[in-house]
Design a binder for this molecule. Structure first.
Ligand code: NAP
Length: 254
């Protein structure tokens, strides 16, 4: 199956690299499109129209605000559409491309580039008429495909698609705090990354929940417990909840 990527930005690159197939790509920034095509052994197209005519499935990887423009270029020439556009429901896609075009909403995160992504997946009503099986198989190379009801996709986005940035922010703060304790900043950064990676590997190997890991580290009355109490008192849980609610576009309830 030939995939055609509209846009060659961050998510298009991560997804195409994770899938690891030669793809067609178009981006107004020709150098960006060329770089992605070269990376996966694919080909650039001179327009979205040409891309849509040649691809079995168009993967929309532009910004949501660019949907109308892109749809205007390819409407009537597109076999099936998978969209990674945040906060852009199937109804909006169907309004642009027509009810008869098989549609799929995808909500990936950047670790798809290394085969460790999460891809929220919502098939449209005509999904089975299109290349659904091939699409799911290709996405499976890039990470875990999690099918959800469309009403849950914004929450999946807030947690899993925005999540890598939240985790990255925590790592940066961990390193900065280590440096404030007097560690060399480069060493503090390395320790933060090693600790995060090791923690995830340990959770998986031991098959335990985060709360159990916390219990194993935080001996009563010890250093970790003192640190956790500070996080609680400063509202760490509330801050995380508000970050996700803001990302989802909702007003925080706590
Ligand atoms: N980044 C993430 O982690 C993430 C996660 C989940 C979902 N998403 C979704 O992925 C989409 C892309 O996000 P991104 O972070 O990859 O943004 P990005 O890096 O800005 O990539 C978007 C690309 O689309 C190009 N573009 C603009 N108009 C176009 C057109 N008419 N035809 C073809 N390409 C066009 C842009 O070019 P210009 O820069 O010249 O406009 C840019 O290269 C968004 O809809 C977002 O909601 C992103």
């Amino acid at each position: 199956m030939k995939l055609g990527f509209v846009g060659a930005g961050n998510m298009a690159t991560a997804l195409a690299v994770g899938i690891g197939e030669p793809v067609l790509v178009h981006d107004p920034d020709r150098a960006r499109a060329q770089a992605l095509a070269e990376r996966v052994g694919g080909e650039t197209c001179s327009s979205n129209r040409e891309l849509a005519e040649r691809a079995d499935l168009v993967v929309l990887c532009c910004k949501p605000a660019q949907l109308q423009t892109v749809a205007g270029e390819i409407r009537g020439h597109v076999a099936a559409v998978a969209s990674v556009l945040a906060l852009t429901p199937l109804a909006a896609l169907a309004a642009e491309f027509g009810d008869d075009v098989p549609l799929y909403r995808l909500m990936p995160n950047l670790p798809v580039a290394v085969g460790r992504g999460v891809i929220g997946y919502v098939p449209g009503p005509r999904a089975a008429d299109g290349p659904e099986h091939e699409l799911r198989a290709l996405l499976g190379r890039a990470g875990e495909v999690v099918e959800v009801a469309e009403r849950d996709l914004d929450a999946v986005m807030a947690l899993a698609s925005c999540g890598p940035a939240f985790v990255a922010r925590f790592l940066a703060e961990l390193a900065a705090a280590g440096a404030r304790l007097g560690l060399d900043p480069e060493l503090a950064g390395r320790l933060a990354r090693l600790t995060a990676g090791g923690t995830l590997a340990y959770l998986d190997a031991e098959r335990i929940e985060p709360a159990e890991l916390e219990r194993r580290v935080a001996t009563p009355g010890g250093a970790t417990e003192r640190g956790l109490r500070e996080l609680d008192e400063l509202g760490f849980g509330r801050a995380v909840a508000r970050a996700l609610a803001a990302a989802e576009g909702k007003v925080a309830t706590s």
